[in-house]
Design a binder for this molecule. Structure first.
Ligand code: MN
Length: 422
């Protein structure tokens, strides 16, 4: 077992019972305050821990790495140190905040600078994202979309069961939770009229998870399914905002473009792959058999509950989706093996999102396109209004957590509010 994952551990920092951040999590992110420039942090309960302060006080000295990485405004340089170092750091933080450790609680001068209430800090984008790829790896999602837009009897296109379908997205517009998003404008095609330009009328979310690359490869190199997890530093929640009307008109023949690249939102914390180790679960039986480079051993899916809520302006939120990261036909290891099988290189900070994660039942569908079945089944909101898609003033909140042996590991909210078009 990974030392910091021990379910018996508890911290001298108080942790609310439903917190995403017990001492067993120790995710990594970037924050700033009015007094502090952007720097690296972790979180226990509702308390943000300033890793730059912890490093300056000498608590990582014996681990023999350049602790200036904690003063950077992205976690990239930290990830690039490799898992031997980042694991040691996570274990050290676990030791220092474990309830029997008196080193820090006795250092009151340091504590005021070290610990910040979550509500008093501004979380920033944790990763400098070089390249971003979006997959399409939930069989239920692909089947639902294929059923709606093509033929229910041939919902999956011929390639779908043979390779993890994906496209290269845009990194520049990936933002951290809490960032407002303006409704995109674009070209749409009414059924019996020429194309028009205007605000998107069918704005949607896509419930996804994303993994972050922590080790680079060179051009020509490939990553096997077996080695893939060595290259994945951690995961986070990902909302792939989607303009369905723009998408429908533009996507043929080269796939998604302006319907997707106006914004995507991620949660503020990157949870290490180590921290979600307890939630490993079996993947799908893959039939037809996949090519040898896509075969994998072991449990490579993760049982992580995922939820989406819509909160109208000044209103009460409604949970519209309960899904799970385990509803992935193609695993992250297969996605990364496929991504590099042609020799495509990856860099530290690259992000790969899963594609919309839909489960088998309508309450587990991961987009409004599916939940409202193209607008034919509106969702009733607590205030009496209805939603087929996302309206101005709505906040979409995604949450995710795994639970094992009384320990809940989560990501913090991945939230974004839609403002009127500019
Ligand atoms: Mn997507």
């Amino acid at each position: 077992m990974i030392k910091a994952n021990n379910p018996a551990l508890s911290s001298w920092i108080s942790v609310p019972s439903n917190s995403d951040f017990p001492i067993q999590n120790i995710p990594f992110g970037i924050f700033q305050t009015s007094e502090k420039t952007a720097r690296m942090a972790t979180i226990i309960g509702d308390t943000v821990i300033d890793l730059a302060v912890l490093a300056q006080a000498g608590y990582f000295k014996d681990l023999n790495f350049d602790t200036k990485v904690f003063e950077q405004s992205y976690i990239n340089d930290f990830m690039a140190l490799g898992k031997s170092v980042t694991r040691a750091v996570r274990d050290r933080i676990s030791d220092l905040f474990e309830k029997n450790n008196t080193e820090l609680p006795g250092n009151s001068a340091l504590l005021a600078d070290l610990l910040q209430p979550f509500g008093s800090v501004q979380m920033l984008l944790p990763v400098q994202i070089g390249d971003y790829t979006d997959f399409y790896s939930s069989r239920e999602h692909a089947t639902n979309v294929g059923t709606m837009f093509r033929d229910p009897d041939n919902a999956l296109l011929p390639n779908w069961l043979h390779l993890p379908v994906g496209y290269h997205g845009r990194a520049s517009s990936i933002v951290v939770s809490g960032t407002d998003i303006h409704r995109p404008k674009g070209q749409q095609k009414p059924v019996d009229a020429p194309p028009v330009y205007g605000p998107c009328k069918l704005l949607d979310f896509e419930l996804e998870m994303a993994f972050v690359i922590g080790q680079q490869t060179s051009m020509g190199e490939t990553i096997s399914t077996e080695a893939a997890e060595d290259y994945i530093f951690g995961i986070t929640l990902f909302n792939d905002w989607s303009a369905r009307d723009i998408q429908k008109w533009e996507y043929i023949p080269l796939g998604p473009f302006l319907a997707k690249n106006f914004a995507s939102t991620i949660a503020p914390w990157i949870v290490t792959l180590d921290a979600v180790e307890p939630f490993r679960t079996d993947g799908y039986d893959q039939d037809p058999e996949v090519l040898p480079y896509l075969k994998y051993e072991g449990r490579r899916n993760y049982d992580i509950k995922l939820q989406v809520a819509i909160q109208p302006e000044n209103g009460v939120e409604k949970v519209v989706c309960d899904s799970n990261f385990k509803h992935m036909y193609w695993t992250m290891t297969q996605q990364l093996a496929h991504h590099t099988v042609n020799g495509c290189n990856v860099n530290v900070g690259d992000m790969c999102a899963s594609g919309t994660i839909s489960g088998p039942t309508p309450d587990s569908y991961g987009s409004m396109l599916e939940i409202s079945w193209r607008g034919t089944k509106p969702v009733d909101m607590p205030d009496g209004s209805q939603r087929k898609f996302i309206q101005d003033g709505d906040t979409v909140v995604m949450r995710g957590w795994g639970e094992s042996k009384g320990v809940r590991i989560g990501f913090g909210a991945c939230s974004g509010k839609i403002l009127p078009t500019t």
